[in-house]
Design a protein around this ligand. Structure first.
Ligand SMILES: [Zn+2]
Length: 262
């Protein structure tokens, strides 16, 4: 049975976790004193976000940006521009700390602070993605308490579903549909080869075709600091073109997909 509005066959959301420096600082507070390390995140705000916005404009599509509160405080002009271009802003924690590393009290504090910051830019934030896609035993309860419409964190489906005993819609993700496992280089261990864009495009296209045939939802997770290199954006440009070439594909924001399931 078709689950999408207007007889569309498949729903697609292009999502960007706008971490900037926060991911390195949350990992190790000492990184605050390492401008070289932080510059990897600065690139996301300084260069990548404008290039991504240009690409989305070229394709006339709306995307969802999951933004940590600290990123919005550090780069308010970028967030304002994202909102002005019609994209969705959603919650990615305040400090980019995994909920599993926080007490229930601190997890709620982090969430409330993130919402306060983001809701200076948009009237209401409806979506949540954990900074690690990982939930603590309290996360779902807190999302329910703070009236989130959707979560985009779980890997147990290819279609949205409702979390048990809540009204929260899950928009499932997967490591294969994330730029980080393919492109992230870890300078601490040097144990990973950086993929070529074409090899990633092959994976994303094949998985998209599979989800399209099954009438599911295709939620692609990217990070400005990773996907935002020129040669990778060229691949993303081609990939968006490939998705658009499939008739009856609904490319929209996570919020719109979640709303269609309530
Ligand atoms: Zn993140």
């Amino acid at each position: 049975m078709n689950m999408w509005p207007k007889n569309q066959k498949c729903a697609v959301a292009f999502t960007f976790d706008f971490d900037a420096e926060s991911v390195w600082i949350a990992e190790d507070p000492e990184n605050k004193n390492r401008p070289g390390v932080l510059s990897q995140g600065h690139y996301g705000a300084k260069v990548a976000v404008p290039l991504i916005m240009e690409l989305l404009k070229k394709h006339d599509i709306r995307a969802t940006f999951f933004v940590p509160g600290v990123t919005a405080e550090t780069y308010p002009d970028r967030v304002t521009a994202i909102v002005a271009a019609g994209h969705e802003i959603a919650c990615h924690g305040y400090t980019h700390t995994s909920p599993t590393d926080l007490s229930r009290k601190n997890e709620e504090k982090d969430l409330i602070r993130a919402l306060e910051v983001l809701e200076d830019f948009v009237p209401r934030v409806t979506g949540y993605r954990s900074p690690s896609w990982d939930f603590s035993p309290n996360t779902l309860f807190l999302l329910k308490k703070h009236k989130f419409r959707y979560s985009s964190n779980m890997m147990d489906d290819i279609r949205p579903y409702k979390h048990h005993k809540t009204d929260i819609i899950e928009l499932p993700v997967q490591w294969i549909l994330d730029d980080a496992p393919h492109f992230w280089f870890d300078a601490e261990t040097w144990n990973k080869k950086i993929s070529t864009p074409n090899s990633v495009r092959e994976i994303w296209e094949a998985e998209f075709e599979g989800i399209f045939k099954l009438g599911g939802s295709f939620i692609l997770t990217m990070h400005p600091q990773i996907i935002g290199r020129p040669y990778r954006l060229k691949m993303l440009d081609a990939f968006i073109g490939f998705v658009k070439s499939h008739k009856d594909t609904w490319i929209t924001t996570c919020n719109e997909i979640a709303k269609s399931q309530t």
